[in-house]
Design a protein around this ligand. Structure first.
Ligand code: GTP
Ligand code: MG
Length: 284
């Protein structure tokens, strides 16, 4: 949403035209049209009520608004009452699932937890190897089977191994899948059921990875994955590679799904719990 800030920059005072331009900039940054209209309306009201004139004042009002809209959806992954906390990571192809899992593993391991990874993407040999390489770099065990194995069977074994080894966190990869493919979404439900059978409860977190570059389609993805397994939170990946990021506001606004982590880079340290304050401040 950096370009939204650019609309105001370099203008000493703000008039009605500027506010119109802000609306266009919000839409360009992937904020949905109805939400952009609502945001600008609110901004106009705040500006009038408080006699805001300078672009700094309007910018700060916009920042406050973004913060207030996102704050209710700022959340993190809490440890389950009984270990292992089990995290199933989902999403369409190439959004950044496997990389996010490596970063999550590093994040929890650095906090002193024993983390176990599960190579649940059995669709591609490279998918399994990729997770194994990350496991080595992070320094945590990866439970894997051969390519083509039933992902549900891999998950079942992994949860049992995690219980036996006293792991604190189990983070499971899944194959990228189009949210419109009914049989693949059914497979996810099966994976979730199998984890429930092994663990006595469904996976504690079903985290959906959304590529920050995805526009309105992110809403459809979130709807379908939510319907299949009940998404408990979102990881926004690749926020470093876009000047947009308004998807995040639309997701929170339309689906009321918590945003748990933000990924901004390909390195292990490039993941942080979502902060509404930081995101809002980043607009300028
Ligand atoms: N710049 C940037 N690149 C990222 C980020 N996260 C992932 N990537 C890159 O995005 C590409 C895809 O990442 P993966 O983690 O393999 O994505 P995936 O969802 O597991 O992909 P599939 O398993 O094929 O569905 C890789 O080149 C990653 O390095 C991020 O936060 N920022
Ligand atoms: Mg992957």
């Amino acid at each position: 949403m950096r370009r939204v800030g650019n609309v105001l920059r370099g203008r000493p005072t703000v008039d009605a035209d500027t506010i119109e331009e802000l609306e266009a900039a919000l839409i360009q940054a992937d904020v949905s049209v109805p939400l952009a209209v609502e945001m600008v309306e609110q901004l106009r009201n705040t500006a009038e009520a408080n006699r805001l004139r300078t672009s700094d004042e309007v910018m700060s009002a916009l920042r406050d608004q973004v913060f207030e809209r996102l704050l209710p959806y700022e959340a993190s992954v809490e440890a389950a009452p009984e270990p292992p906390t089990t995290i199933l990571v989902l999403g369409v192809n190439g959004v950044g699932k496997t990389t996010s899992i490596a970063k999550l593993a590093h994040y929890y391991k650095s906090a002193g937890n024993k983390v176990l990874l599960v190579a649940g993407d059995t669709f591609r040999a490279a998918g399994i190897e990729q997770l194994q390489e990350w496991g080595q770099r992070v320094g945590c065990e990866v439970i894997a089977q051969a390519m083509g194995a039933d992902p549900a069977a891999v998950m079942f074994d992994a949860v049992q191994a995690a219980i036996a080894r006293g792991a604190d966190f189990v983070i499971a990869d899944t194959a990228g899948r189009l949210h419109t493919k009914v049989n693949l979404m059914e497979e996810l439900r099966k994976v979730s059921r199998i984890i429930e059978r092994a663990l006595g409860r469904p996976p504690d977190e079903r985290l959906l990875v959304i590529d920050a570059n995805t526009g309105q389609n992110a809403i459809n993805q979130a709807r379908e994955f939510n319907e299949a397994v009940g998404v408990t939170g979102v990881i926004i990946a690749k926020l470093d590679s876009t000047a947009k990021g308004g998807t995040l506001l639309t997701l929170a606004h339309e689906l009321e799904i918590p945003i748990k982590f933000v990924g901004a880079g390909e390195g292990l340290d490039d993941l942080a719990p979502f902060s509404a304050r930081e995101f809002a401040d980043g607009i300028v």
